[in-house]
Design a protein around this ligand. Sequence first.
Ligand code: HEC
Length: 111
Amino acid sequence: MKLRNLLVVGLLVVSAPSAFSHKGDASAGEAKSVVCAACHGQDGNSTIPVNPSLAGQNYTYLKRTLLDYRSGVRKNAIMNGQASGLSDEDIANLSKYYSLQSGTLVNLKVR
Ligand code: HEC
């Protein structure tokens, strides 16, 4: 490979947004989700109306949302605290795990 091509590849790797470069590992996410389950229910199916269900939610939406809670772009006292301790990898893993769970979320009807 020519040096110039190597540099281009290197730049692409370095400039990729970090949290979005993680693909997410569902089983690592499941292990990390124990604390979340207290509010969001087992497998992300919440039984408490103020806590949203996460099971079956879109993967990219979950990642975006957790990044926004962590940075403070989305404000919620509880979730800003919860997200503050999560690494980019944790966020990808949790998002993968919840997106793969089945639940009532996808069947919600707007009344
Ligand atoms: C003490 C209760 C509690 C815990 C623990 C908790 N959450 Fe939450 N979570 C909430 C509440 C309440 C909201 C709604 C906040 C809002 O309106 O922005 C929420 C919102 C969310 C949302 C946004 C859902 C949506 O539909 O937009 C995500 C994603 C989420 N939580 C993920 C997690 C993850 C992952 C964990 C574990 C690391 C976690 N939560 C731990 C209470 C909790």
